[in-house]
Design a protein around this ligand. Structure first.
Ligand code: 26Q
Length: 811
């Protein structure tokens, strides 16, 4: 662990600044001061990074590689200081130099290489692996442009590129010496050599994969793991224009661009599949580069390839990196000379897979013709896996053609990535209990009954270091004062805080802490959109990707109804509320963009309406991202987790809110169920259709949204206001939402859940009005949030999936 005193730190910092800019601190810009601090912190990390690496080499301990198309890290300065254990020291030292640490931290660009839940989960897992001393590393893509920046212009979302690398990224190191070549296109030459077939990939297009490494620090434990992100470049350092015939300068540039396009941009789709060939290229690019570099490293260590699965685990984050299966097979057979059988045993033992969604539109499949042309050798291997698997199915399920065709990896001209991922890995997990049950009993039932031993649950988690220690220092301090510091290393020790749930003094402290966080957020709101909000009002928050199944519409219909009631009766007895929304819509998802527009239109109307005397306000904060979440979540009173039951695999925002003392209003979906089980029915507000009711409607029909609307006068009024010009001059502005709910019969049961949601909201109101009740609920939520630390989740992955052996089952 880093041992340093304030004086040395100050000297180091001034020295660093001088080295970088050739001038004194006071002459520099704030950004330079941030950059110098970042570089210094990276230097401090470097030593421990090297020694961790050495330790891993000499101990030959099993290495875990977490393959993910997305890593949503956010900012790294504050978390690095926290994990190094020098944040307070650094703050005080800087203060003596008249520099405000928090001010510098605000200057860092978020590293936003992810869409939402799946990408942020990967980041929390990296933090937990390092903090638990697990040799676990990330492997992904270094997108030049991260997730787009969102602006709200005239009430609608407009996207701008996220040029996050425009300033120097102090956290990464380019390792040109570790670059590898990834091969696309071309054809496969087959020769017979003695007893074996030899496959050679010819006439391919080579792409150089260059790794950039970012250190991943454990919490005060000296462990520094690696996040390796790959960037695409043309092969040959001095990209050689003379290889193009003279005068083909433009072609040469085009070629260079086409290669660099591979790592140019993150696809901004979440839960909807974008079937573009470039995305397939991205997938193979980082998977091939990652596996090549793992094998190189493995052999350098003096290991024998037949022990690969003893020493390496590869985890795939959804199906996006599922090509790891045929790629590992290819290397083991074509480059290492193993038989199919040996290569298959190793591959299956090495790879494990997490599913993150049951939405059918998010299940990846690739057209065979595109796939075959881009990856000819990989296609041959997938075809062979499919053939062997189908042969096995024919013998096992004689005559059951329907089942066999559902389970096939290749069918109807497509390669189904989920089927490939299940067949090629030894473990398949869902991300919350309900989600795993739905996978087992519905979505993947055939596979579950065929190989039940593969299926298991790993309920998601969040790193309490970022989401509590870093984001909410006041609450952290209160916990340390009341229950001691053990919860920092053992987050379930937070349960001890339950002993204070009835304590009046603690209620007052909790109230004050929340108040301070609300004031901070109110200041941010004032600065970013000019709106003044009342910090005595209930902060009711829904922040997440905008998606029909997450039902921001249900929330906004409630706001409209409340507004209608306030207009009818300005003296309506409610605690003032501030509704806070944030989130991005996929640029091509028109309905989601329409929802953003409606939220903003409703906000404009009610915020300007003097008649309701500021009883309700609505804010849409633009450009939701990790660093903004860190400001919003600690300030929330109410956490909106209102997805259509069965649709949200887990949710992780729900966990962040409860850990910060918000009370959840929720459907019994995803991890909400487990949150309810932890805190008990009295400390969460549940509403809406049950799993059984939803599944029953989907199976047997019988739902009619128009009828539901007709029977509810309040709902009628709300729905009318969407198309009668109340919120827009053009009556058709919100037609898409109206049509989704009425004309297309409300696929996500928004109207069906409307009245029960309203009741739940009025319960929230009464609970909040009783100070003691609310603070007790808040305390109990905090006390029971420890189980949702990603340390618990990672412990389960490590012992249940990555560490344990697996009995080989032949196909
Ligand atoms: C796939 C193919 C082509 C283009 C895009 C995609 C794509 C990209 C991202 C598909 C899905 C995603 C992201 C999914 C996701 O974030 N799922 C969420 O995962 C969380 C972590 O497990 C859960 O908590 C959420 O419930 C789940 O929605």
């Amino acid at each position: 662990m880093l041992c340093i005193c304030k004086e040395t730190f100050k000297q180091d910092y001034e020295q660093k600044f001088l080295e970088l800019y050739g001038k004194e601190l006071k002459e520099g810009t704030d950004y330079q001061r941030y950059e110098a601090l970042g570089s210094l912190v990276r230097d401090y990390i470097a030593k421990e990074w090297l020694s961790t690496d050495k330790k891993y080499h000499s101990s030959k301990v099993k290495q875990v590689y977490y393959f993910s198309m997305e890593f949503l890290l956010g900012r790294l300065l504050s978390s690095s200081l926290l994990n190094l254990g020098i944040r307070d020291l650094c703050r005080e030292a800087l203060e003596e130099l008249n520099i405000d640490l928090e001010g510098l931290e605000e200057l860092e660009n978020d590293q936003g290489l992810g869409n939402g839940g799946l990408g942020r989960l990967a980041a929390c897992f990296l933090d937990s692996m390092a903090s638990l001393n697990i040799p676990g590393h990330g492997c992904g893509i270094r997108y030049k442009y991260g997730f787009f920046q969102q602006k709200i212009l005239e009430g609608s979302q407009v996207e701008f590129p996220d040029n996050w690398l425009k300033e120097n990224n102090v956290w990464e190191i380019k390792r040109s010496d570790k670059a590898v070549v990834v091969k696309f296109g071309g054809s496969v030459k087959m020769e017979s050599l003695k007893e074996r077939l030899l496959f050679t990939h010819v006439n391919y297009e080579p792409v150089l994969a260059v790794p950039y490494d970012t250190p991943v620090l454990g919490y005060k434990n000296g462990t520094v793991n690696t996040l390796r992100l790959w960037s695409a470049e043309p092969v040959g350092n001095d990209f050689d224009f003379s290889t193009f015939s003279r005068g083909d300068f433009l072609k040469a540039i085009e070629y260079k661009n086409s290669i660099e396009a591979i790592s140019q941009v993150l696809y901004p789709d979440d839960s909807i599949v974008e079937g573009r060939i470039l995305r397939l290229k991205q997938q193979y690019f980082f998977v091939s580069a990652g596996i090549q570099s793992i094998i190189k490293n493995f052999k350098k260590n003096g290991n024998s390839i037949t022990d690969f699965d003893d020493k390496v685990s590869i985890h795939i984050n959804d199906t996006h990196p599922a090509l790891a299966i045929p790629e590992l097979m290819r290397i083991l057979m074509d480059e290492e000379g193993l038989s199919w059988e040996d290569a298959w045993r190793i591959t299956e033992n090495t790879i494990s897979y997490t599913n993150h969604t049951i939405l059918s539109e998010a299940l990846e499949k690739w057209p065979v013709d595109i796939f075959k042309t881009l990856l000819p050798r990989i296609y041959m291997i997938v075809e062979e896996i499919n053939e062997r698997f189908c042969r096995y199915l024919w013998n096992k399920y004689i005559g059951q053609w329907q089942k066999i065709s559902e389970m096939a990896i290749i069918a109807d001209g497509f390669i189904r990535m989920a089927n490939l991922a299940i067949v090629g890995s030894h473990s398949v997990n869902g991300v919350a209990k309900l989600h795993t049950e739905i996978l087992k009993k519905q979505v993947m039932a055939n596979f579950y009954y065929n190989s039940p031993h593969k299926f298991n649950n790993k309920t998601n988690g969040i790193t309490h270091r970022r989401w509590l220690l870093q984001a909410n220092p006041h609450l952290t301090k209160l916990l340390c004062e009341t229950i001691g510091e053990s919860f920092i290393y053992h987050p379930t020790d937070m349960e001890r805080f339950e002993a204070f749930a009835e304590d009046k003094g603690i209620h007052e402290r909790l109230y004050q802490i929340k108040k301070e966080n609300k004031i901070n957020l109110a200041n941010y709101i004032k600065k970013s959109c000019g709106l003044i909000v009342d910090t005595n009002s209930i902060f009711d928050v829904q922040v997440k990707r905008i998606h029909a199944y997450k039902r921001q519409t249900l929330n906004i219909l409630h706001v409209i109804d409340l507004y209608n009631r306030l207009l009818e009766n300005p003296n309506l007895d409610i605690t003032p509320r501030t509704f806070i929304f944030a989130g991005k819509a996929a640029p091509a998802y028109h309905l989601a963009k329409n929802i953003i527009k409606l939220i903003n239109a409703v906000g404009k109307k009610i915020n300007e309406d003097k008649r309701i005397r500021d009883k309700i306000k609505l804010v849409f904060l633009e450009n939701y991202r990790v660093s903004l979440a860190e400001k919003i979540i600690p300030a929330a009173d109410v956490s909106e987790q209102i997805s259509t039951t069965t649709k949200e695999a887990s949710g992780t925002g729900n966990m962040k809110f409860m850990m910060n003392g918000a009370v959840t209003i929720a459907t019994l979906d995803g991890a909400n169920i487990e949150i309810r089980d932890e805190v008990g029915d009295d400390n969460i507000v549940i509403f809406g259709l049950t799993e059984q009711q939803v599944l029953n409607y989907y199976k047997n029909g019988g739902y009619n949204s128009t009828e539901v609307m007709r029977k509810d006068i309040r709902l009628q009024k709300v729905m009318d206001s969407l198309i009668n010009g109340t919120y827009s001059k053009d009556h058709n502005d919100f037609r898409p939402i109206y049509d989704a709910l009425i004309t297309y019969n409300d696929e996500f049961f928004v109207l069906k859940d409307f009245s029960s949601y309203l009741e739940a909201q009025s319960r929230i109101n009464s609970l909040y009005e009783d100070f003691r009740t609310w603070q007790r609920m808040s305390a109990i939520n905090i006390a029971h949030s420890g189980i949702f630390s990603s340390d618990r989740t990672i412990e389960e992955y490590a012992t249940g999936i990555w560490g344990s052996g697996y009995l080989y089952k032949n196909l």
